[in-house]
Ligand binder design. Structure first.
Ligand code: FAD
Ligand code: NAP
Length: 542
């Protein structure tokens, strides 16, 4: 991190953008194209966000690369060659760096700089943005492209800082990589990050202890090199593919199932599940029928198929049973995609430890202790996730009209209009904020939709000689109610997931993303824009 400068100089820009991940980069590109002055501020020393920070072994995307890529530039689509169905983190980071270079974005970004506060100054009507480097910016608009999964969390076990071996968090992995050869390693957490890294760490370590609190449903990725003919076909049809993704439920080209689980007899359904299990991919099981996520009975049939696969794969029946998720419906936590995850528990050097039954009680200088046993460790990997959706926003001292703090306004759960803006915080945008499809979708599709909508909005304001926007309280109330109501038509809120804020002790449990689907949401946002930004109060010189 750079040393703090005490500078009284305040730099004026039209827009400050916080974050240089996929969202911040595209926002910068759009703003420049429209003639707005801007400054992107990024805490890391490079672009890429998620793909800059999460360098743990096995880190890969879980959406096919031909969908998980920018759609805004047909030239970019044609020139970039994805090598795999689900590329690794280094390839994704290369792609994002290529985008930064190709569109000459680097000189618009200040790296190694964390935004500490953003205060709306009612006298000037501008945002006063301050950083840990002592820099100050005055901006008409502030765009928070801070990421939904960027605030990495290590549980505060007693003695957590006393450990004398090496500790890592998957979301803050060292750039030079880690060699676990000959080490006794403990990994805490079996979400997507744990499940991707466990097979690779197990292959290296002398012994790996997997501390599991809640087992997750994981589907084989069946990753592989992309066939050049398939890639050529995708490239020839990119416009149609993007159009489908934009109006789909999840922001991809996945085909929508037409039948309910119960409409097929057991043998037909099992054959369909089997074929899809062999093909792999995120929606292999939950995407086979259309009522898996809304009908408990249907869901249990799908869940039991996966449990059957776990029992088939894991040789020790007691370990297999422990790996079988039972206390939430399949799909209500993000499905994991793996390569040899369940197989890893057949290795001699891997031990599964049930920390639901006997929780971790303390970390010691040479290991950790659960309620019933001590474990000697040389390294601890925290695959313990993030303060999702709100953590990066409430971690900044954001103050709106009358000095209202965003963190206080959201103490009982986030409140937004469309997941883009919040009452009391004029001219502040959030990209993929709580209340938008965001983390339930292919996030690049959702990011592009938000960035384009924001770009259109600031252009509209400029063209109409307006300076300010803010959601109306009744529009926000209605949206929050709608997000909640739609979520409760599904099984999602029945799981103690990070979508609910359940992974952070003390965080209010509210279902945060919008389950209405990417396409429906896009049309709604477009309609609001077409009605001169219905639900917002606009003000300014005109
Ligand atoms: P981020 O990539 O999180 O970027 C936000 C940036 O803001 C970061 O670089 C951060 O340093 C910076 N920042 C935050 N706060 C501040 C501050 N106060 N000051 C300065 N800078 C700040 N999504 C999918 O759709 N498919 C996937 O397969 C998938 N895989 C994932 C794998 C992992 C390991 C993780 C963690 C997430 C994954 N996601 C996936 C979600 C992923 O976060 C999004 O796909 C996407 O990369 C988000 O881009 P972003 O620009 O919105 O946010
Ligand atoms: P996560 O899903 O939140 O998983 C965190 C894990 O740590 C959980 O198993 C959790 O157990 C455990 N944990 C947390 N605190 C604990 C404690 N005090 N004691 C014991 N265990 C504890 O985090 P993640 O794996 O980093 O994934 C987050 C999201 O990022 C994913 O859902 C996905 O959206 C995205 N991601 C995607 C990919 C991909 O495949 N492309 C890869 C990584 C991440 P509980 O479940 O009991 O809380």
């Amino acid at each position: 991190m750079s040393e703090a400068r005490d500078t009284s100089e305040v730099r004026d820009v039209d827009v400050v953008v916080v974050g240089a991940g996929i969202a911040g980069l595209y926002m910068l590109h759009r703003l420049r194209g429209l003639g707005f002055t801007s400054q992107v501020i990024e805490a890391g020393e490079g672009v890429g966000g998620t793909w800059f920070w999460n360098r743990y072994p096995g880190a890969r995307v879980d959406i096919e690369s031909t969908d998980y890529s920018y759609s805004f530039s047909p030239e970019l689509e044609q020139e970039w060659e994805w090598s795999e169905r689900f590329p690794t983190q280094p390839e994704l980071l290369r792609y994002i760096n290529h985008v930064a270079d190709r569109f000459q974005l680097r000189d618009g970004i200040q790296f190694n700089t964390r935004v500490e506060s953003a205060h709306f100054d009612e006298a000037t009507g501008r945002w006063d943005v301050r950083t840990d480097t002592g820099d100050r910016f005055s901006a008409q608009f502030c765009v928070m492209a801070t990421g939904c999964l960027s605030d990495a969390k290590v549980p505060q076990f007693p003695g957590v800082d006393s450990f004398e071996g090496a500790t890592y968090h998957t979301g803050r992995w060292p750039h030079e990589g880690v060699d676990f050869t000959g080490l006794r390693v403990g990994i805490i957490g079996t979400g997507s990050s744990g499940i991707q890294s466990i097979p690779l760490i197990a292959a290296q370590a002398e012994h790996l202890y997997v501390f599991q609190r809640t087992p997750n449903f994981s589907i084989p990725a069946r990753n592989g090199q992309l066939d050049p003919d398939y890639l050529a076909e995708v490239k020839a049809n990119y416009r149609e593919r993007r159009a489908i993704a934009k109006l789909s439920v999840g922001g991809t080209n996945a085909v929508r199932p037409e039948k309910k689980v119960q409409e097929d007899p057991d043998e037909v359904r099992n054959a369909i599940y089997e074929e899809r299990w062999q093909a792999g991919g995120l929606g292999a099981i939950t995407g086979a029928y259309n009522n898996t996520i809304v009908d408990r009975e249907a869901n249990e049939i799908a869940a039991e198929f996966v449990r059957g696969k776990i029992r088939e794969t894991v040789k020790d029946p007691a370990v297999a049973e422990l790996l079988c998720p039972r206390d939430y419906p399949i799909g209500t936590k993000r499905i994991c995609l793996d390569t040899n995850y369940y197989e890893t528990f057949n290795r001699e050097n891997v031990t599964l430890v049930d920390v639901k039954r006997a929780p971790i009680v303390e970390v010691l200088p040479h290991g950790l202790r659960t309620d019933d046993k001590g474990y000697e460790l040389d390294a601890i990997v925290y695959a313990t996730g993030f303060d999702a959706m709100t953590g990066a926003l409430t971690g900044i001292d954001i103050q709106g009209r009358g000095g209202e703090k965003l963190a206080e306004k959201w103490a009982d759960g986030p409140r937004t209009y469309l997941g883009i803006a919040s009452v009391g915080f004029p001219n502040l945008f959030m990209i993929t904020g709580p209340g938008s499809p965001s983390v339930l979708s292919n996030m690049i599709t959702s990011i592009e939709q938000h960035v384009d909508w924001v770009a259109d909005y600031v252009t509209y304001l400029r063209d109409h000689n307006l300076t300010h926007f803010e959601p109306l309280p009744e529009a926000e109330d209605k949206w929050v109610e709608h997000v909640n109501e739609v979520a409760h038509r599904t099984l999602y809120p029945t799981a103690a997931s990070w979508y609910m804020g359940a992974n952070i002790p003390g965080k209010t449990r509210v279902f945060m993303p919008y389950v209405g689907g990417v396409g429906t949401y896009r049309l709604l946002c477009d309609d609001i824009a077409a009605k001169d930004y219905e639900g917002f109060v606009l003000s300014g010189a005109s």
